[in-house]
Design a protein around this ligand. Structure first.
Ligand SMILES: [Zn+2]
Length: 480
């Protein structure tokens, strides 16, 4: 509701509104104007009142709701709203700051199935022979996840050990691939993430093969995955884990502003990796994080900050800052405050902002409370500074035998990337015996020094050997 009492919704001018009535289709007509992709409905009651309006509109959606042939030449219909394309087929507030519940009534040809957000209500055969499917989402979800899908789809129902109903929707020829391949551990994904983060947010979770422009789209309780991943047999479990993690982060806890997208994509990327660690595959977790780091370092967006308010294309925000660097920020936060505080902070953040919205500062406040630490500097350097630290570390052997060596660390990244506060672990290694000694030196400026007692025959310096930080480093002995 706008301050002047008008109800303003986003709706493309390509669709035609024929009536707006109060309460129901039989209610009284309410004046409205429609233009500039906005539907403005005049006030008829006091500001702050809740009102029910019925909007009758029609036409051909110019975008976002595609009715087309799938890879098998069969007719299908799938919605695809990210980022702010829901208004091409729905009158909505097309911004993630305003979430809403939704009830769907979908009429489809006989033999078709329909999927949408929310709890399945029922199906009804109409006199025309068409089928009416209904779903009801009682929790508030962002408009960019409002979807329906329909076609000749095969459905495999599942229930997780913890009792969450799931279903795998595919084009019939792709069912066996889906169940044996990417969805083999889909129950474990839901239960593992629920146990770590908090209760699964929705009444059900459907995983749907679809025609979407994205590899996967995390629509609340009805994830859509691109059909090309199925028909090529290339789809992997990692996309399933990523989109499933979004149910908690992105869907239930939604970024209040597009520029805080890392709260959605960085979380989904990190929790897809964390699923591997939580199920005993620590090597797989490290591999996911190493891949993320490699992708980030190779990206042109390293010269821009994660909170990139200068970027006006939302589609361009789907980049390595919000995905890969975002996941590394969570990983480094965990390293900084410890597993226990991090886990508690994640649970508190979800419990506090579930079915609502959050900004980066909300996450910071929760994590500060969970850890008892001031984290303002941590969030500021990783979210608002571009780039990453580049370190040069030299170790000067002592003249007196047995005395510790002098370690000198310097940050040599471009000035524009700023200076980072970092706890840097430096190891001296005897490559032949594998013996190593270690020191952790806190950098608060461009340069720092510390001491390290070397093992006999030390011939190599390893900087950040546990890969705890998003940085590049050169380590060597002085004078070589
Ligand atoms: Zn994602």
């Amino acid at each position: 509701m706008a301050p002047d009492g008008k109800l303003v919704l986003d709706l493309t001018d390509s669709l035609t509104v024929t009536a707006v009535t109060a309460d129901s289709a039989d209610g009284w007509a309410v004046p409205f104007t429609h233009g500039g992709d906005r539907l403005v409905i005049d006030r008829w009651g006091p500001v702050g009142d809740s009102v029910i309006v019925q909007i009758t509109y029609g036409g051909r959606a110019p975008d976002a709701l595609a009715i087309q042939d799938n890879d098998y030449g069969q007719r299908v219909a799938f919605a695809d709203d990210w980022p702010n394309r829901a208004h091409f087929w729905l009158p909505v507030e097309d911004h993630p700051s305003d979430k809403a519940t939704v009830h769907w009534t979908i009429d489809v040809p006989a033999g078709w199935r329909a999927i949408a957000n929310g709890r399945f209500v029922d199906t009804l055969r109409l006199a025309s022979g068409r089928l009416r499917w209904q779903y009801d989402e009682a929790r508030r979800i962002p408009a960019y996840t409002f979807v329906v899908g329909a076609g000749r789809l095969a459905v495999t129902p599942l229930v997780t050990a913890a009792g969450i109903p799931q279903s795998i929707w595919t084009f019939p020829a792709d069912s066996a691939f889906a169940m044996d391949g990417p969805f083999r551990r889909v129950n474990a994904i839901v239960d593992t993430l629920s146990a770590y983060i908090g209760p699964f947010p929705y009444a059900k979770l459907a995983h749907v093969e679809s025609s979407t422009r994205f590899g996967g789209m995390e629509n609340a309780s009805a994830i859509f995955y691109t059909e090309h991943g199925y028909t090529s047999r290339r789809m992997r479990e990692s996309v399933v884990a990523h989109e499933t993690a979004h149910q908690w982060f992105g869907d239930a806890v939604t970024e209040r502003d597009w520029h805080h997208l890392w709260l959605s994509e960085g979380f989904a990327t990190y929790f897809a990796a964390l699923f591997r660690e939580l199920t005993g595959d620590s090597a797989g977790f490290r591999e996911s994080m190493a891949d993320a780091r490699t992708s980030y370092f190779a990206s042109p967006v390293v010269s821009r900050p994660v909170l990139d308010f200068a970027e006006t294309s939302y589609m361009a925000l789907l980049n390595e800052n919000n995905y890969e660097k975002g996941s590394w920020i969570l990983h480094m936060l965990r390293g900084r405050i410890g597993d226990r505080a991090f886990h508690q902070g994640i649970r508190d953040y979800y419990a506090t902002y579930r079915d609502s919205t959050a900004l980066s500062e909300d996450l910071r406040a929760v994590m500060e409370h969970a850890s008892g630490q001031d984290l303002g500097w941590f969030f500021a350097q990783w979210l608002t500074q571009p780039g990453y630290p580049k370190l040069e570390v030299t170790v000067a052997r002592a003249r007196e035998p047995g005395a510790p060596a002098l370690v000198t660390l310097r940050q040599v990244q471009p000035e524009a990337w700023g200076t980072y506060r970092l706890p840097v672990r430096v190891d001296a290694v005897n490559s032949r015996t594998g013996r190593r000694t270690s020191a952790t030196i806190e950098m608060t400026g461009r340069a720092a020094t510390g001491q390290l007692t070397l093992p006999d025959g030390a011939d190599r310096i390893d900087v950040d050997p546990a890969n705890a930080l998003l940085l590049t480093a050169d380590g060597s002995f002085a004078g070589r």
